[in-house]
Design a protein. Structure first.
Lengths: 237, 185
């Protein structure tokens, strides 16, 4: 059609991504784009570009408070949703080469190793966390040292070929707590971190440890800026 | 509250959601639900359907928080995309055809005045978007705005602007290519 003569094949992928984000495609075309998104990183990146750049148009829409019963309905729906989380992006990109080790075996082996190297007293029940990915697989095990001011982190899987730094965060229990950085950890070896004095008394049961991918050198902002690849709560064994 | 603080707090809350923290999701809901509900309502024009979709949106945020990558998207943009996709999918699957307004009329309501605190995010990027839209032919820019805000198909847009379908496709496609070139410049 003469209307389209100026649009070459090189532009068609860009156009399709923009049309998807804009919302002009019909249901079948939308499903087709979504199917291709999982397979074609270039198309996914193009969709991300348009979502980010066109997103500002939504400022023109007036905010409308939802009815008061909307939140209770959502909270009720989470009960069934939380159990079956889908595999997250980073898993599908094969970031991890997981060891074929069950989480219980792993935790037991890690504690034995930590006790052996004298970081946790075998006589006392240590505070531990198994940091799992969104599919529940263990990626790190962390234990508070006997002195209470150190944390030993043992990787349970290997990160492959990701140039990003791996940063560990402490999120105290309770509402509206912000993450505190505990420092960078290594993908392939256990590491002992010294906890900053102001955070020592926050290493409590139910505090959350989380691991995110960050630029080399760690988060520039003091808060996580990259995807969270594992998290777990500290518990007494 | 500064833009970075707001963005940082939402990103931090998403980290907690990824860890399974429902309180963090409630905080995100309090900060963003009016904006997202407004977006769903604008697309669906039906309160009850918009409420259903809003629920779906936050359940999706709960499930997908671990896939959110702050290097690639701002938290609010990520959630706006989820809300629009869910609302548009609901719209496409609904047999009810919507009342159609001329694009000029829709454009008049959508004049962005200064609104709530969410707007502070990404101010520079949005300024650039506004400048680049200014460079397009007015009717192309109006069609792109109407498509985004209402989730309308090419056919609806053509009817609303009273032009042939091929013409509307051409307006929007050429407009998008020019917009992309300008945004990247």
């Amino acid at each position: 059609m003469s209307d389209e003569h100026s649009i070459g094949p090189a532009d068609s992928g860009r156009i399709l991504a923009a049309e998807y984000v804009l919302g002009v495609l019909d249901a079948a075309e939308r499903r087709e784009v979504e199917r291709r998104l999982a397979l074609e990183p270039a198309l996914a990146s193009e969709v991300a570009f348009w979502e980010e750049r066109l997103g500002g148009l939504a400022d023109a829409v007036a905010a409308v408070s939802p009815p008061a019963n909307a939140w209770p309905r959502i909270e009720a729906a989470l009960g069934t949703a939380g159990a079956a989380r889908p595999a997250s992006m980073w898993q599908s990109l094969a970031f991890w080469r997981g060891f074929a080790i069950g989480s219980a075996t792993l935790a037991a082996a890690s504690i034995a190793a930590l006790a052996y190297i004298g970081l946790v007293p075998a006589s006392r029940s240590p505070l531990m966390a198994t940091l799992t990915g969104s599919a529940g697989q263990p990626n790190f095990v962390a234990a508070v040292t006997a002195t209470g001011n150190g944390l030993v982190v043992v990787p349970a899987s290997l990160l492959t070929n990701d140039p990003r730094a791996i940063e560990l965060w402490l999120i105290p229990p309770g509402p509206a707590q912000r993450p505190h950085s505990l420092g960078l950890i290594q993908p392939g070896q256990p590491i002992r971190l010294t906890i900053p004095p102001d955070l020592v008394d926050r290493l409590t049961p139910d505090a959350t440890l989380a691991v995110s991918l960050e630029p080399p050198g760690g988060s520039p902002t003091g808060l996580p800026t990259g995807p969270v690849i594992a998290s777990g709560k500290l518990t007494g064994l | 509250m500064g833009a970075d603080a707001n963005r940082g707090q939402l990103a931090a809350a998403l980290v907690r959601v990824a860890a399974g923290d429902r309180n963090a999701l409630r905080i995100i809901y309090q900060d963003t639900s009016a904006k997202l509900f407004g977006i769903c309502l604008r697309i669906l024009r039906d309160r009850s359907q918009a409420e259903d979709v809003l629920q779906d949106v936050y359940v999706t945020v709960w499930r997908k928080a671990a896939t959110f990558d702050p290097e690639r998207a701002s938290p609010i943009t990520w959630m706006v995309a989820i809300a629009r996709n869910r609302a548009i999918d609901r719209l496409r699957s609904s047999a009810v055809s919507r009342r159609m307004e001329p694009i000029e009329a829709a454009d008049a309501v959508s004049d962005p005045g200064p609104t709530a605190v969410e707007r502070v995010e990404l101010a520079q990027q949005r300024q650039r978007l506004a400048e680049c839209l200014e460079e397009l032919e007015a009717r192309h820019a109006a069609a792109i705005r109407a498509a985004f805000l209402d989730g309308a198909t090419y056919e609806e847009l053509a009817t609303r602007a009273n032009v042939p379908l091929g013409t509307m496709k051409s307006w929007i496609r050429r407009g998008l290519l020019k917009l992309r070139a300008c945004l990247e410049a």
